[in-house]
Each structure stands twice: as C-alpha cells, then as structure tokens.
Write a protein that binds this ligand. Structure first.
Ligand SMILES: Cc1ncc(COP(=O)(O)O)c(C=O)c1O
Length: 419
C-alpha cells in the first residue's frame, strides 16, 4: 500500500539522522564504553581540545555572560543591530577591504547567508555551481529553495584549483540560464582544507570580468563561503584575495557568507552575516532590502546577545586582543595536528587531496562507507563522503592525528583487497 503523504510532493524527504551526526553519536557511545584514549573520533566539525572537550573562547563567553539581560533578551533589528552590521564587515575583511559598495545583513550563521544567496540571486529551478568536493548542506539548502546543484572537478592533475573546469561550467550555465551563482568555499575548504591561492584568484577574477564584459546581459554572482578563514594562512594573509575582488563589472556581484561559528566558537549561538561588495549603490541597497525581507520571511531577527558580543569585542581593544590571542593559540594547535597527519600520510603513501589549512583533511577512496564501517570496528570514527573520507584534525589530538593515517591506509587496503 502506498504510504500516506500529507506533504506536497516536492517536500517529501527521507527520514533518518544526518549521517555525520549518526556516526558522531556512535563515536560518543564507544567513548563512554571504552574511554577517550581508546577511541579516535574524527567526526566532529568543531574545535575540541586534547581531552575531547569543546573549545570555547573566554573573550566571547565572559563578554556574553556579562551583558545586561535586556541586551541578550531583546529582539535585534531585522537586518541586524546597526553597530554589529559595521563590526561584522571589519571582522570579515580586517585590513583587506575590497573596493565597492559594501553592506551587510545579519543571518543565523553562515548557513543563513548561503540560503539568502541561493534564494535571492538565482531563479526557481536554476542550477547552482559547486566544486565536486563540497559541504553537503549546500545541496540541502538548494533543494529547500527548489534549486539544483551541479559540480565541476575541484582539482586539476597538479592537485591545484581546476580553473579550466570552473570556466567551462560557468560558461555552460550562462548559456542555459543567463545567470550563474558559483560557491567558492575558501580559504580552508570543507571537506578538503584547500585554499585558492592569490594567483588562482587573479585568474578567476580576470575570467569573470572578461565574461561579464563579453556578455553584458548576463549576471555572475560569486559566493565566497569563508566559514574557516580565521584558521587559514599566517596572520591576515588568508584575506589578501579579497582586495583582488574589487572594481568588477556592473553585472558581477560578490557575496561573502560570514560565520561566527568557528572563528568565535559561537556554533549554537547562530551568528553570521551575508555581506555584499556591489558594483553600484543601487545594487547594494537592493541587496539590503531583499535580504532583510528574507530575514523577516524566514526567521525574523537574529540572536541579539551574539551580535552584541561581537560588537563589544570589536569595539574594545583589550577584549579584541584577547579574542585574537585565543584564536591564534588554537589555530597553531590545529596546524600542528594537521601537520602531524599530513606528514605521516606522506611517509606511508596514504593519498590525500591537497590540504592547505583548516578543520578537515580528505582522503579519496573507492568505497568510503565500507572503509568507515571497518574503521569503526577499530574504534576509529571518520566521516564517509561521496568521494572519500573526511578526517577532522579540529577534533583529534596531535598524537592521535599521527596514529590515524596508518589505520586508514590499512582499512582502505583491506576493503580494496576484498573487491
Ligand atoms: C563550508 C561551511 N560553510 C558554512 C558553514 C556554516 O556554519 P554556520 O551556519 O554554523 O555558521 C559551515 C559549518 O559547518 C561550513 O562547514
């Protein structure tokens, strides 16, 4: 008998827990049974200390808890609190502000920014361009908005960014839709850790500008998802590319999805923004009006206390330095863990896709699910993706990062020997 269905056809979804949360739950259970030392849990997409506890910045939580109740409890403005909207632009660009009309609208995390970009800058049924390694929720958000996604191979044969593939896909989509929205999740891409270099950016920008000039009736929207930027590069050099995205033609819009989740350990506080660098004042005003309307039509306002916290940190020198010191302390821990993993993988010939920085490292393999299931038997928990495995140095101590490649390589060999 056909199952009764009350939801409309296009909203019918398969149930079940998100696969990442399911495996994370299994890892937690195993840790309770055997103790933390016996288990390698590389499923978590958040910074954990070496004892497996969530890292939280004191500068953030002392500030939040010190706010008067009314600044936590009250609604915020629909587009966000005015002072937050200024400070979030500072937090995004720091000393690398591009030229253009820059405006921001607060969103619940980077997710909200991605949603607003997909919904407002593509037509219903349009196809959004992603790299073939991608953060799975992009597809969920696209489908929720009744859009499709397509991908191009992210790496070329040298293991660097596949600019030719990007160009080809942009031109194809422009032919079909006259409008293209491409997501570039950089620096420190999830799930690979790849960072598009400044030279690669120069080529991307030159191509986008030329294409936009050649096709003046088309529209090109670049959505830069920089959820992991504060854990990439040295000092502020991960932001250098931003100034390259300046002075683009009238039919190009750059959007940034800013997230306070990782940079300020504010995951559950749902704090972020969508930021535009528009070629004209009118396009910037239109951006603010549209995204504010979208806020009202989806979740109304954002989290007031979280906005006030960022505002206070960016308005108080001492507090800002404290927050940056905490960020850079954990950034160096993350770098040491990732270095240990990559060194060991190279030493034993475990193949990785190019990693530069950030929370995740990816290992391409033929049957990721089977390898991940086999590793679970050995008390190692790793996320299986479509094209490989995702290891999370953000959540695993340096010592365990060094031990992990051998376990993974052995499991890949066992599975591949079986087929
Ligand atoms: C690639 C990427 N983009 C955006 C986000 C958005 O996170 P949030 O909505 O918590 O800010 C995440 C979080 O995991 C992510 O991995």
């Amino acid at each position: 008998m056909k199952k009764a269905q009350m939801v409309i056809e296009s909203s019918a979804r398969e149930g079940g827990t998100d696969p990442i949360f399911r495996i994370a739950g299994a890892a937690e259970k195993r840790t309770k049974e055997y103790g933390a030392d016996a288990v390698i849990n590389s499923t978590i997409g958040a910074l954990m200390d070496d004892n497996g506890d969530l890292v939280t910045f004191n500068a953030v939580y002392d500030t939040l808890k010190g706010l008067p109740n009314h600044l936590i409890a009250n609604y915020s403005g629909l587009s966000g609190q005015p002072d937050f909207l200024e400070k979030v632009i500072e937090a995004c660009f720091k000393s690398c502000k591009p030229e253009g009309y820059i405006r921001s609208v607060a969103t619940p995390g980077g997710t909200g920014a991605v949603r607003h970009a997909f919904y407002n800058y593509t037509e219903f049924g349009d196809t959004i361009l992603l790299t073939d390694w991608y953060w799975a929720p992009y597809k969920t958000i696209a489908h929720e908005c009744r859009r499709e996604v397509t991908t191009f191979p992210m790496y070329n044969e040298k293991g660097t960014f596949n600019i030719e593939g990007f160009k080809k896909s942009v031109l194809e989509l422009l032919d079909q839709q006259k409008r293209v929205l491409a997501v570039l999740n950089t620096p420190a891409h999830n799930p690979t850790g790849y960072t598009i270099s400044d030279d690669e950016w120069k080529e991307i920008v030159a191509f986008v500008a030329k294409t936009a000039n050649d096709q003046p009736d088309s529209k090109i929207i670049l959505l830069v998802d920089l959820a992991y930027i504060d854990f990439a590069g040295e000092g502020e050099d991960a932001r250098n590319f931003m100034t390259l995205l300046s002075g683009l033609p009238h039919n190009v819009l750059t959007l940034y999805a800013f997230s306070a989740s990782k940079s300020y350990t504010m995951y559950g506080l749902r704090n972020g923004a969508i930021i535009c660098v528009a070629p004209t004042q009118d396009i910037a005003d239109e951006f603010v009006n549209t995204c504010t309307f979208s806020n009202r039509g989806n979740w109304s306002n954002g989290t007031r206390g979280a906005m006030e916290t960022i505002t206070k940190i960016f308005s108080t020198e001492e507090l800002y330095h404290q927050a940056m010191a905490e960020q850079s302390f954990y950034k160096s821990i993350l770098k040491a863990r990732a270095k240990a993993f990559v060194e060991e993988a190279n030493a034993i010939d475990l193949k990785l896709v190019t990693y530069c920085d950030g929370f995740f490292i990816s290992i391409p393999c033929k049957d990721p699910k089977a390898v991940s299931t086999l590793l679970m038997e050995k008390n190692m928990f790793i996320v299986a993706l479509g094209k490989g495995l995702r290891f999370a140095p953000c959540a695993v101590s340096e010592e365990k990062c060094r031990r992990s490649p051998a376990l993974i390589l052995q499991a890949i060999k066992e599975i591949e020997d079986c087929v």
